[in-house]
Design a protein around this ligand. Structure first.
Ligand code: HEC
Length: 197
């Protein structure tokens, strides 16, 4: 079997394992499930062997989590990098903050829902994390970070839509903690120059 076929086969096994584990609350539609599975499979097919090996070694709960993310998000990009996706998240995050500060619940809710349904970058998230962090231990923090960012964004949206801006502001704080925690864990300092001693 060539690498691509091997990748597709192992992705299929991982997906089956992930789906047979206790499922995802609020059942997604068959189309959403298929789209998520396709994205996972395609992403694994794009990975170079050094990453693929690590991705395949991840335990089922993490595979299940990554699949859940792929199913839940409606936008799967063919071209955007994670950094580009992050720029979009930042723009929506700022829009939500400005709308809360100006008591505009409708705009805050719409912007927060865009954060929660941000695009997924080409190849998924794993290719953009430091390779040595693609392991069960480091990725084990992802569900908590996802809840801090996307869970808080949804709670923010629900509160803002009802005009409860105090709760929306509190959720904005929780969401920000999610950005901070993930950056501390996975990001490093962007744009460091190789031309400085
Ligand atoms: C799942 C972990 C994770 C979460 C959650 C997360 N980020 Fe990021 N973010 C990253 C990583 C990793 C990078 C570096 C990506 C790269 O350089 O390829 C990054 C980079 C960025 C960048 C690009 C510029 C820079 O300073 O590196 C921006 C802007 C950004 N994030 C904004 C946000 C905002 C706003 C939130 C919260 C609403 C957020 N991120 C939540 C992991 C995360």
């Amino acid at each position: 079997m060539n690498t691509l076929k091997l990748a597709a086969a192992s992705a299929a096994i991982l997906i089956t394992a992930a789906l047979s584990a206790p499922a995802i609350a609020q059942q997604p539609s068959p189309q959403e499930m298929q789209r998520g599975k396709d994205f996972m499979q395609k992403s694994m097919g794009m990975m170079k062997p050094e990453l693929l090996e690590k991705a395949k070694a991840l335990p089922p709960p993490i595979q299940q989590f990554l699949l859940k993310v792929a199913i839940r998000h409606s936008r799967h990009s063919e071209t955007l990098t994670m950094r580009q996706v992050m720029q979009e998240i930042l723009a929506d995050f700022q829009a939500a903050a400005a709308a809360i500060a100006t008591d505009n619940g409708e705009l805050a809710a719409a912007a927060a829902l865009r954060v929660a349904d941000h695009a997924l970058p080409r190849g998924g998230m794993l290719p953009y994390l430091p390779l040595e962090k693609v392991n069960a231990n480091d990725l084990g923090v992802l569900p908590a970070m996802e809840d801090a960012v996307e869970g808080s964004a949804r709670r923010l949206a629900a509160a803002a839509a009802k005009g409860d801006m105090a709760t929306a502001a509190e959720q904005l704080g929780n969401m920000t903690s999610g950005c901070v925690a993930c950056h501390t864990h996975f990001r490093g300092q962007p744009g460091v120059s190789a031309r400085l001693k």
